[in-house]
Design a protein around this ligand. Structure first.
Ligand SMILES: Nc1ncnc2c1ncn2[C@@H]1O[C@H](COP(=O)(O)OP(=O)(O)OP(=O)(O)O)[C@@H](O)[C@H]1O
Length: 272
């Protein structure tokens, strides 16, 4: 379980990115974090694993207060949090397997020198995860030989290799076509359900968020303005989060765009 209490962040520039955020994410719950550009979504995700230092408040993972940890204790705690990034953050010239195994070392600097030290269990886990994400036969390919969807699958396997207690996911589909985006969101949802793993997904696409989250949190100007079930995301709520729009038209445009962009060639390339 993850608990945020009175979390606030003011950057040195004076930008107040988050104001008094408080919510709890129980085991197994997938939270879609939505809001307009600049609402504070990335800042919130990064305050949880302390890539950004919160100005006030607390973040509790299980029974560990993360906000007061330093150095080694912080590095150890970060290994309990799996991160999945928009741009995958793979080491391009290493193989798929090596990238997945790197999850074992979390955020430890200089991990490359330890590559030879993985034990049998780590490697067996990596193989089973590659099977899970549909990439087993590609284990020995270099990361730079993969499509975007395949890279993101490696990113998911790497995060799971950490055996995390929480997944933080930052715009996982922003670089992907609509069909691959749905496949990736479905995969994240499935692995969270299977492992009873809580996740917070920063996601721009409201329809995807609605389809694949158990709960939606809407941020606007650094504050939570909606916290509820995906089906409660009415046009009025969307206006509260994003401001005035013709939501019926936005939905139609989004559907048309999805249909236009899902060409058969792309489907084949990304379908693994
Ligand atoms: N490193 C930084 N220094 C100063 N201000 C920052 C920094 N990072 C973000 N901000 C400010 O904090 C606020 C929240 O930004 P953040 O990137 O968290 O929003 P976001 O919802 O993730 O936006 P987007 O969807 O465009 O990525 C914005 O006003 C932004 O300008």
């Amino acid at each position: 379980m993850l608990e945020l209490k009175h979390l606030s962040k003011t950057y040195r520039t004076g930008d107040q990115a988050l104001t008094d955020i408080g919510f709890t994410v129980p085991a197994g719950q997938v939270v879609g974090l939505i809001g307009p550009s600049g609402a504070g979504k990335s800042t919130l995700i990064r305050c949880i694993n302390r890539l950004v230092e919160p100005s006030r408040g607390s973040v509790v993972l299980g029974d560990t207060e993360l906000t007061t940890l330093r150095d080694r204790a912080l590095r150890k705690a970060r290994r309990r949090i799996g991160m999945i990034f928009q741009e995958y953050a793979l080491v391009e010239r290493l193989t798929v397997m090596e990238n997945v195994l790197s999850g074992r070392l979390g955020y430890v600097a200089g991990w490359r020198s330890f590559l030879r030290r993985f034990n049998r269990e780590d490697i067996a886990l990596a193989f089973s995860l590659l099977e899970k994400v549909g990439l087993a036969e590609h284990y020995n390919k270099r990361a730079d030989a993969l499509s975007g969807g395949q890279r993101q699958r490696v990113g998911i396997a790497r995060a799971l290799e950490q055996n995390p207690e929480l997944l933080l996911v930052d715009e996982p589909t922003a670089s992907l076509d609509p069909k691959t985006s749905r496949q990736i969101m479905r995969l994240i949802q499935t692995v969270c359900r299977e492992r009873n793993l809580p996740a917070i997904i920063n996601i721009h696409d409201v329809m995807l968020a609605q389809q694949f989250s158990d709960r939606i949190i809407g941020l606007r100007a650094g504050e939570v303005v909606f916290d509820g079930k995906p089906e409660e995301l009415t046009d009025d709520v969307l206006t509260r989060i994003y401001g005035e729009e013709d939501w019926a038209q936005v939905r139609k445009d989004q559907t048309d765009e999805d249909n236009d962009r899902a060409s058969p060639a792309v489907d084949l390339a990304e379908g693994v």
